[in-house]
Design a protein around this ligand. Structure first.
Ligand code: AMP
Ligand code: MG
Length: 362
């Protein structure tokens, strides 16, 4: 069904629309809310965002409050064009030219700010995170409202990001003015954050390190913070120091051989869930363990796309713990492993002894 309805008791207008060709009505409702200092939840090509007019300090404060986000974890500012990005941050000419070729798209860049945005957006840093997104819903809202939109991912802090309208509605109904339900986001994982000053990836995401190298003609630095193997001591990307993406169900990453996992988790039967590729899930047949399939082993794109959806689903199964198969560390796999290390609070195992230890300390 395409249309808008006002949810009872709560003052959230939910508009269902085709994300490729969003309805003028939905965009009008959202743009008006943005200009009136209200919050809007919308799909982008990466994940859903919860956005406010980036020039409106009060509205941006609301984003932090509603998400439960720490005030030292700044917001990404979304712009309609490279020209709009140049008004907010300082870019060297080469970088601006390259961004002209790859934007709109799922790459966020950090540059020195021009001081035009409220401190709330940048958390008082002299840098700013800017992205020109490709999703038609957010692009149309920005075009109609005529302002940049400060928007973090549409999830309550620490929880997995929304990749479907129903996730966003679950988190934010009654808490924001408008939710645009545009079905499934294309990538299902957040944008990549690249600091253009150091050429370091702060968070791997939908734009792969390989794509960055091809576009800029230079290999980005992909350190321990980006891979999720280290908690950030210094707040280079402030978000990296917080727990993230975590389901309530204890989650452990399995780093061993695919076939060996069967005998390790079989004794737990239906009190355990296993999240992995179709092929890996098929090894668990007859064990009682709840299989949660991410898709074919050969398609990293599909498996990454479903990751957050399945982490959200996990909490509805009522299992005591879940094991998730690791992703290969190349392309989109970097992003998935970064999220998994945080979602599992860095808990991984490769044999039964290690699993037992994790369960003792659960
Ligand atoms: P989210 O959109 O919820 O995924 O969060 C935005 C991410 O961008 C967080 O990890 C922030 O820490 C990061 N970020 C935003 N602004 C900056 C900045 N100026 N410098 C470094 N990281 C930033
Ligand atoms: Mg987020």
């Amino acid at each position: 069904m395409i249309g808008c309805s006002k949810a009872e008791r709560m003052k959230t207008v939910v508009c269902k629309t085709d994300p490729k060709r969003p309805s003028a009505k939905a965009i009008g409702v959202a743009a008006e809310a943005i200009l009136r200092g209200r919050l809007v939840v919308f799909p982008t090509e990466t994940v859903y965002g919860i956005g406010a007019n980036a020039f409106d300090d009060k509205a941006c404060r609301e984003v932090y409050r509603v998400k439960g986000r720490a005030s030292d974890n700044p917001l990404i500012v979304h712009v309609y064009s490279v020209e709009d990005a140049l008004k907010l941050g300082r870019f060297n000419r080469e970088h601006a030219k390259t961004l002209g070729r790859i934007w709109p798209g799922p790459l966020t860049v950090i540059v020195k700010g021009r001081g035009r945005l409220p401190e709330t957006v940048t958390a008082g840093l002299d840098s700013v995170a800017i992205r020109c997104p490709r999703g038609n819903v957010i692009r149309s809202i920005m075009k109609t409202a005529g302002v940049p939109i400060a928007a973090p991912s549409a999830n309550i802090s620490t929880k997995p990001s929304s990749t479907k309208g129903e996730h966003a509605i679950g988190y934010f109904i009654g808490k924001v003015s408008v939710i645009i339900d545009g079905g499934e986001a294309d990538y299902g994982i957040e944008s990549t954050i690249l600091d253009l000053r150091s050429f370091r990836i702060l968070r791997p995401g939908a734009f792969t390190p390989e794509q960055i190298e091809r576009a800029f003609g230079r290999k980005p630095i992909l350190g321990r913070i980006a891979r999720g193997t280290a908690g950030a001591k210094r707040a280079i990307s402030p978000g990296t120091k917080y727990r993230h993406y975590a389901p309530l169900t204890p989650l452990f990453v399995y780093t061993g051989d695919r076939k060996a996992v069967r005998s390790m988790i079989r004794p737990f039967g239906k009190s355990a869930a296993f999240i992995g590729s179709d092929e890996s899930c098929s090894f668990l047949k007859g064990t009682g363990v709840r299989p949660i399939s991410l898709g074919p082993a050969k398609s990293l794109r599909i498996r990454v796309h479903r990751l957050f959806d399945k982490l959200i689903e996990l909490d509805s199964l009522g299992v005591d713990f879940a094991v998730i198969e690791q992703f290969p560390e190349h392309g989109l796999g970097y992003s998935a492993m970064n999220r998994l290390r945080k979602a599992s609070d860095h808990k991984s195992f490769s044999n039964l002894e290690e699993l037992k230890k994790l369960l003792e300390n659960k």
